[in-house]
Design a protein around this ligand. Structure first.
Ligand SMILES: [Zn+2]
Length: 75
């Protein structure tokens, strides 16, 4: 079961919730009780923040599969 991360646009309160994928997203903020909660896409957001992982993969690929066509900026 995935953990979903929510954030309230009203008070910026962030919280996580264990939910089944079929459950409806939470809308009401538990803190300020305003209906201003948005669900942050867990996996997607994580991916963006872990940009370094991306870089490493990219680097590996580059090393294995030859020339730098794409990035002449290397070095
Ligand atoms: Zn709130």
């Amino acid at each position: 079961m995935p953990t979903y991360e929510y954030r309230c646009r009203h008070c910026s309160h962030r919280f996580e919730l264990f939910q089944s994928i079929v459950e409806e997203p939470v809308k009401i903020c538990p803190k300020c009780e305003t209906e201003a909660v948005e669900r942050l896409m867990g996996a997607g957001a994580g991916l963006i923040f872990k940009g370094s992982g991306f870089y490493i993969t990219d680097y590996k690929n580059k090393k294995q599969s030859s020339p730098d066509k794409k990035k002449p900026s290397n070095q």
